[in-house]
Design a binder for this molecule. Structure first.
Ligand code: 0X9
Ligand code: ZN
Length: 309
């Protein structure tokens, strides 16, 4: 089956993009390929817009901002596949209650580089030329323009948490943020997918411990969602604000989304499997179970805000 082909191994960027294009031909009434942005090396940030009816609110799924976190694009594509094909009534109801903007790999240059050259590459691939020293890439999850460089980000281009030389210095974050601005009025949920640590992160990550206005609601909904996640395969998650549960980190995409588009009710960052045994190099036989349990969490979140839980 398609599920076996697609989800028994990690896909290359070309395979993911070809599959997104194939969805548009298979589901011409419901799926459109959309360009969410551009990259330094001249690629496109490709996604799909899924819509079953007019007037729905929308969910944005962002995967792969960190190149080496391969389970993130795999999980986002798994969820997309289920939204289109599942016959589970609960999944169908949630799928069709929203429009979906789904971007499996928002750092495509980095993702390709992690396949061809350095499996543990994290950043973009922009050249930072400092005289005799050349280093590549900024951390695209330290480069967004909300409390940029206010903790947990480096100003040294050779480091993995380099925030860039200005907010939105990376064409990937700049162009994707502009795309998000165009769909933001429709959004009520924005989810970023990373690995690893099995955490559900609530904004914000910068210094000063700002929390969203609906912080308590995000905790309540998040806790029920990770309970549902655990019911599937016993995978244990924790919920918390970013500085409390991992570390201070500023310039993240979800912080910019939550801080700039305050009407978006649910904004979370998932840190998917595992807790460090395999880390970023999660075996591909965990793609399907990770996809299944993460879909359960996403379904639960939407059921809770719709009062259908
Ligand atoms: O450091 C990060 O960017 C994330 N952890 S990871 O191991 N995947 O790199 C945590 C993101 C925290 N989120 C925000 N500050 N918004
Ligand atoms: Zn990450």
């Amino acid at each position: 089956t398609v599920t076996r082909q697609m989800f028994n191994g990690y896909q290359t960027l070309d395979e993911i993009y070809d599959w997104l294009r194939s969805l548009e031909s298979t589901y011409p009434n419901n799926v459109k390929v959309v360009v969410g942005g551009q990259t330094y090396e001249g690629r496109q940030i490709l996604g799909v817009h899924v819509s079953f009816k007019e007037g729905n609110k929308a969910v944005f799924l962002e995967g792969g901002i960190h190149a080496r976190e391969w389970i993130a694009p795999a999980t986002v594509t798994y969820i997309l596949h289920q939204l289109l094909t599942s016959s589970d009534p609960a999944v169908r109801a949630v799928a069709e209650s929203r429009d979906w903007y789904v971007f499996p790999s928002v750092n495509p240059d980095g993702y390709v580089y992690s396949h061809t050259t350095n499996r543990l590459w994290r950043k973009t691939r922009k050249l930072y030329n400092m005289g005799s020293i050349k280093c590549y890439g900024a951390d695209p999850n330290r480069n967004w323009g909300y409390h940029w460089m206010e903790g947990g980000a480096s100003d040294i281009p050779c480091l993995d948490t380099f925030g860039g030389d200005a907010p939105f210095s990376e064409i990937e974050t700049k162009s994707l943020s502009e795309y998000i601005n165009t769909v933001a009025p429709q959004l009520d949920v924005y989810l970023g997918f990373h690995s690893f640590s099995q955490l559900l992160l609530v904004p914000f990550g910068h210094e000063g411990l700002e929390v969203p206005e609906n912080n308590n609601e995000l905790f309540t909904i998040g806790k029920q969602a990770i309970d549902k996640l655990a019911e599937r395969h016993g995978t244990i998650y924790q919920v918390g604000n970013i500085p409390e549960i991992i570390y201070i980190a500023s310039g993240g995409s979800t912080d910019w989304v939550a801080g700039t588009h305050r009407h978006i009710r649910l904004v979370y960052t998932f840190e998917l499997r595992d807790t460090g045994r395999y880390g970023f190099v999660l075996p591909s036989n965990q793609i399907i179970p990770t996809g299944e349990e993460t879909l359960d969490a996403v379904v639960s979140m939407i059921q809770q805000i719709d009062g259908t839980a």
